[in-house]
Design a protein around this ligand. Sequence first.
Ligand code: ADP
Ligand code: MG
Length: 612
Amino acid sequence: SLYSHKEIFLRELISNASDAIDKARYESLTDQSLAEGGEEWKVQLVADKEAGTLTVRDNGIGMTRDEAVEALGTIAHSGTKEFMKLLESREVKDNPDLIGQFGVGFYSAFMVADKVTVVTRKAGADAKHAVAWASDADGTYTLEDTEKATKGTDVILTLKEDAKDFLEEYELRKIVKQYSDFIEYPVVMDVTRSVPDPEDKEKSVEETKEETLNSRKAIWLKDKSEITEEEYNEFYKHVSHDFTDPARTIHYRAEGTVEFQALLYLPQKRPFDIFYQDYKVGPTLYVRRVQIMDHCEAMLPSYLRFVKGVVESSDLPLNVSREMLQDNRIVEVIRKNLTKKVLDTLAAMKKDDLEAYGTFYEEFGRILKEGIHHDFERKDTIADLLLFESTKTEAGKKITLAEYVGRMPEDQKEIYYITGADRAAAESSPYLEVFKEKDIEVLIMTDDFDDIIISGLGAYKEKEFQSAIKGDLDLGDEKKEEKKKEYGDLLELMKEELKDLVGEVRISGRLKDSAVCLVAGEHDLDPKMAKMFEAMGQDVPKGQRVLEVNPDHDLIARMKGLFAADKESGQLKEYVGLLYDQALLLEGVMPRDPVAFAKTLSTLMAEGVDAD
Ligand code: ADP
Ligand code: MG
């Protein structure tokens, strides 16, 4: 998908040059010497037809030797390993668009160049301390010390035979206009024209002048009506380093006690590194048209970390630091406003185009959901944005909590949910037997931390959540009390027999086909979460599990018979142990002693097989 638009290499290189100037300009606010003579910040294109090279030059921050190795060296480059892994994966082979999610940035130069040379010098370093990095796309590179009179970076492309078009003025002009028009620094090029000779009007002479190819208007400061969708999309790619168009664009100006402009985007695809610890949160912050930081994490909560874009406020001082932003009143106002705007946009998207919202939710729902846990004030607003499958939806189709509550029968008091690895596992679970029988809808939750989220939420529209796999369920079985009495003695024996393993043995309100199951206490950790914490090496409070028994099951009835005949029966005790192991199996856990379990089972089967 990249190769069909080879010209985007120029967008990437100009974008990098602009990033480098942003950094130099910001740092020179506090360290004048970095401006080095203070010539005008700019990106320069130099097309040399004789040499067949196109140079993208900037007078930005530049790179030290180490930085060049780190940033451009093939293996060390952040994300490269992930990228190579991804390329080999099935997912990408079926879905080449995914490649776009990687910051292929600089490497896109190799689509049009046989050789790429980067000559760079860090701003503030001595002219002798420059470095030349070069590679001809064979997976290796060379690195040499060199001299460079001016700070910044030259990226020199030796163009491929079929890419020589990129030396033509009209072609470069067109590409810059299309992809980089909003870049705030001038993108300039020497342009040679024939002009009438001032000496002799009959003749003409060649005149070379530096021309600026982009309009340089900060797109977020413009009026909405002046901006085309393409312009919005290209700007998104510049700020997000993404290759895919955004799903939604949010552009507005806030007026009032705090004034600011915001241009925010909701991406289509989840970046591969969004779950990494060091993923950068927040929009780029501008103060009076100077970029102050590329990610201002104080401006957006981490559960909205998928949002990209720019915020500009002239109410903040130019020398604002990250520390200052932490407890800043103005930032707090902006953060509240942006958060509300993004959540409102998602709500509108859900209302107007549920399918698009569903697609978005597949990518980012898991992240958005974190907000229930972290943003107490807005947890109900976020709850309205959640989607879940249920036992009554088609596989893959999701409903909102409002829909669930809306179709709850009158006498249903609680919102039922089941947590599990996937839909199939949840559906075949013995914990749903009674729900199936009574035709009660149960939400299916498959994200690993869903149980924590739901506990945090507590209730939705005053209906409390009840896990199908935790606590005592009472779905209105009138005979339950009777059965409790009837089976009381047998349950006592089972309890005594299993006293080191379970806290309680009781008549089940959830089983119809299975004989037994294990449940967690109402306030215990969900078994799936417990496993996750254990895998992370954390101590998990064991909680007191409960063994539930189905009195309507033939086996339990027969055991009761056996108990009545002989309270001390060794066989009965053996059965109790087997039942416990079965309950483990139903949870996907190994029996305590698999070998012994299999042996006992075989013996029992042998007794049951009729030889006649
Ligand atoms: P990204 O821009 O998403 O970080 P790129 O592949 O485009 O990824 O660039 C990789 C890195 O190389 C940049 O993060 C930056 O550190 C460095 N780099 C690239 N071009 C320049 C430049 N013109 N000046 C300074 N550093 C640059
Ligand atoms: Mg880049």
